[in-house]
Design a binder for this molecule. Structure first.
Ligand code: PPE
Length: 305
């Protein structure tokens, strides 16, 4: 589905018209994948649109840049304000938000040291990433033939543009084979994450999600889910999962900003009970929390205006 346009995109300190938010074909990041980005959602709340855990997302953008040795010529506060301004300029009650820091036009070659960092923040309406009924019906997952990056190949903890070549290969392979999404294994064969989501499996009543060391991004939704689940009294652990843990899991769900929470109905054609009872409880609370409807988690909702 083509992107639904909004009036303005923030580029290097200014809100410019959507159609004017353009870059030169010799933009460094277009050639070498050297940018870093975030995916954030703004949701309608009783007090207007609020950006979910905005400051943490912007801090992760800076961490990604730090891992890449990239200087962002703004402060966290400045990009938090810029994001709020961009969200407000859409006039929408909620939207997806995509901040991107990239090496712009001016230098070519693999030495990024002389490159200038440009920053853009775009917003557009983006529906449920894995389908509207992803919680109730669940998605079909396939273990990918593509391995997640090794820590010494492409740092998986950084949300680097180039990292997503690996995700796209896995996603398209899964879709072409008739599945909804791929699960990526780390080079050591243990479960890392999905192409754009973290994964949770319930085994013996314990909710388990793989650690950053397994090649998973430190997901902000993953963190929200762990908080919600622990507050519900569930036993939640960050630990390694093997492929067979998934085949015999009591329930599995995946989560991310774009995907929100989605249950999994099978892995490699082995049925998984779906939707699992814990998944249902967590998804319901999460979808209320993002809209500022749960007092305990209201501090996660940062008002756009
Ligand atoms: N792992 C990966 C590889 C990933 O891309 C995401 C987010 C997550 C885990 C979950 O992170 P978080 O959003 O902080 O809970 N993926 C973003 C981009 C998706 C896309 O297709 O583009 C997102 O969900 O916005």
């Amino acid at each position: 589905m083509p992107i639904q346009t909004t009036p303005k995109i923030w580029m290097n300190g200014e809100l410019v018209d959507w159609d004017k938010a353009q870059v030169h074909v010799l933009t460094h990041t277009l050639h070498y994948g050297t940018g870093v980005f975030e995916g954030i959602r703004a949701y309608p709340t009783d007090n207007g649109p609020a950006v979910f855990r905005l400051t943490e997302h912007i801090k992760r953008l800076f961490n990604s840049a730090h891992i890449m040795g990239m200087e962002i010529p703004y402060t966290v506060d400045e990009l938090v304000q810029a994001t709020k301004e961009t969200v407000a300029s859409t006039g929408l009650p909620g939207c997806y938000v995509r901040p991107l820091a990239y090496y712009g036009y001016g230098e070519m070659g693999l030495n990024t040291l002389p490159c200038r960092t440009d920053v853009a923040i775009a917003c557009w309406p983006w529906g449920a990433y894995l389908g509207d009924d992803a919680v109730s019906k669940g998605v079909r997952m396939k273990i990918s033939s593509w391995t997640r990056h090794d820590h010494n190949t492409m740092p998986p903890a950084a949300k680097t543009v180039g990292n997503y070549v690996n995700s796209s290969l896995a996603k398209v392979e899964a879709l072409k084979a008739g599945y909804d999404e791929a699960i990526m294994l780390a080079p050591n064969g243990l479960i890392a994450e999905c192409t754009g989501e973290n994964i949770f499996a319930v085994r013996n009543d314990i909710i388990i999600t793989p650690p950053l060391s397994a090649g998973a991004l430190e997901g902000i939704t993953q963190n929200s889910v762990m908080t919600i689940a622990r507050d519900q009294g569930y036993d939640v652990r960050v630990d390694n999962l093997a492929r067979s843990d998934l085949y015999i899991a009591e329930e599995i769900f995946v989560c991310g900003t774009a995907a929100e929470i989605s249950s999994v109905n099978s892995v490699d054609d082995r049925a998984v009970p779906c939707p699992g009872p814990k998944t249902k409880v967590i998804a319901e609370i999460y979808l209320d929390a993002v809209k500022g409807k749960v007092d305990k988690y209201k501090h996660w909702c940062e008002l756009a205006v």
